[in-house]
Design a protein around this ligand. Structure first.
Ligand code: G6P
Length: 370
C-alpha cells in the first residue's frame, strides 16, 4: 500500500529518492577518522594478500554486471592491474582462466542469482578466492564466498535496481581506493582528494535528483511516443549508458541500446534519423571534444538529444534539446551521479506509458533458476 511506499507512487521512485541516504550508509564506518584512509574491516583478506593480486575478475548478471563495468575503469585507472568483467552465465560455462592468482569479485544484490552462485563455485573449484559484493545479509552467495562486502542499500523492492546499483558503485570506489593505497599505485595526496570528493557524492546525488526530476516529468512524453532510444558515451560514461538503456528497456519497454560514442559510425549511425531520441553522456574531460563531435553527428541527422554533462556552457551542449548538468566532482567519480537522471528518465517514461513500473512483465527481482 501507500504507507510502505512512504507516499511515493511506486517503490522505484521511493528507492531513487533513498539513494543519498543509501550512499551515506555505504560510506559510513569505512573511512578513517582523519579521512586519510579507506577501511574495509570486514575483509578476511590481509593487506598483503590484497596487494599480491595482479589480476581481478568481476562476475555478475544484469545491473550488477553493469556495476562491474564501471569498476573495471576505476580499478585499472587507480590500481593499474587488468580487470576482466564477465556475465555469470557466460563465465560459468566456458572454463574461465582463473586460478589462485586471480581475485574473483562477484556482485549480486540479492545474493541468490543462480548463475552468479554457480560462478562462485566454479571460481572456487579452480582455486580462486571469491569476494562477494551483496546487499542481502546472510544470503547464499555471501555465505559461500570467502569474503563479503555488504553495500547496505536497504531492502530493494522494485524489480528495476536503482539504489543497489549506486551502492555497488560506491563500494567499488572504496575498494579501488583501498587497493590503490595498499599497492601505492596513487599518491596519498590523490587518495585524500578522492576520499573528500567521495564524501560529497551523497549531497550531490540529492541535488541531481532534484534537478533531473523536474526536467523529466516535463518531457518524458517526448520519449514515450518512440519505440527506440540510443545511449552514447565514452569511457565511464559508456558503462553508465549501458545501465541507462537497461532501465528504459526493463520498465518502459522501449528498445534501448547503448554504444561507445566513437563506435556509432561503424553501423548504428544508420539508425539515427529525424526525432530519434539519443541520450548523450559527456562528463569525461579527457575525451570531451571527441564526444561533443559525436553529439554533433547525431544532431546533424535530426536526433533529439538529451545531454548529461559537466558544463552546460559548452557551445555544442547549448544547442541540445534537453540538458542535465552534473555537479563538479573528480572525473572518475561521475558515474554515481550520471546514472540518476537515466533512472528518472526511465521511470517517467514508464509512468507516461502506463506501465507496471515496480513489476515489469516477464521479469523477476531475483532469478534463482537457470
Ligand atoms: C534480475 C533483476 C535485475 C538484477 C539481476 C541480477 O534480472 O531483475 O535487476 O540486476 O537479476 O540480480 P542480483 O540479485 O544478482 O544482483
Amino acid at each position: 500500500g501507500m504507507a510502505e511506499k512512504a507516499g511515493y507512487d511506486h517503490f522505484m521512485l521511493k528507492e531513487i529518492h533513498e539513494q543519498p541516504e543509501a550512499l551515506r550508509r555505504a560510506i559510513s564506518g569505512r573511512l578513517s577518522i582523519d579521512n586519510q584512509e579507506v577501511i574495509l574491516d570486514e575483509l578476511k583478506l590481509s593487506s598483503e594478500e590484497l596487494a599480491g593480486y595482479e589480476r581481478i575478475y568481476i562476475v555478475a548478471c544484469g545491473t550488477a554486471y553493469h556495476s562491474g563495468l564501471v569498476a573495471k575503469y576505476l580499478i585499472e585507472d587507480l590500481v593499474k592491474i587488468p580487470v576482466e568483467v564477465d556475465i555469470a552465465s557466460e563465465f560459468r560455462y566456458r572454463d574461465p582462466l582463473v586460478s589462485q592468482d586471480t581475485l574473483v569479485i562477484v556482485v549480486s544484490q540479492s545474493g541468490e542469482t543462480a548463475d552468479t552462485l554457480a560462478a562462485v563455485r566454479e571460481a572456487q573449484d579452480k582455486g580462486a578466492r571469491v569476494l562477494a559484493i551483496s546487499n542481502v545479509v546472510g544470503s547464499t552467495i555471501p555465505r559461500e564466498a570467502d569474503d563479503v562486502i555488504y553495500i547496505h542499500a536497504g531492502p530493494e523492492i522494485a524489480v528495476a535496481s536503482t539504489k543497489a546499483y549506486i551502492n555497488m558503485l560506491m563500494v567499488f570506489y572504496l575498494l579501488a581506493i583501498r587497493l590503490a593505497q595498499i599497492k601505492e599505485s596513487i599518491s596519498q595526496e590523490k587518495a585524500v582528494e578522492l576520499i573528500a570528493d567521495l564524501k560529497n557524492i551523497p549531497n550531490q546525488a540529492a541535488q541531481i535528483i532534484k534537478d533531473s526530476e523536474e526536467l523529466f516529468k516535463e518531457f518524458a512524453g517526448d520519449y514515450a511516443e518512440h519505440e527506440n532510444a540510443f545511449f552514447i558515451g565514452r569511457g565511464l560514461d559508456y558503462a553508465v549508458a549501458l545501465e541507462g538503456a537497461l532501465k528504459l528497456k526493463e520498465i518502459s519497454y522501449l528498445h534501448a541500446a547503448s554504444y561507445p560514442a566513437g563506435e556509432l559510425k561503424h553501423g548504428t549511425l544508420a539508425l539515427i534519423e529525424e526525432d530519434v531520441p539519443v541520450v548523450a553522456l559527456a562528463t569525461q574531460k579527457s575525451v570531451l571534444d571527441k564526444t561533443l563531435s559525436n553529439i554533433q553527428e547525431v544532431q546533424a541527422r535530426g536526433a533529439s538529444v538529451t545531454g548529461v554533462v559537466l558544463n552546460k556552457k559548452e557551445e555544442v551542449v547549448d544547442a541540445l534539446d534537453h540538458v542535465i548538468e552534473i555537479p563538479e566532482t573528480e572525473e572518475l567519480l561521475t558515474s554515481i551521479l550520471t546514472v540518476i537522471p537515466l533512472q528518472l528518465l526511465a521511470y517517467y517514461v514508464a509512468v507516461e506509458k502506463g506501465c507496471d513500473v515496480d513489476q515489469p512483465r516477464n521479469l523477476a527481482k531475483s532469478v534463482t533458476v537457470e
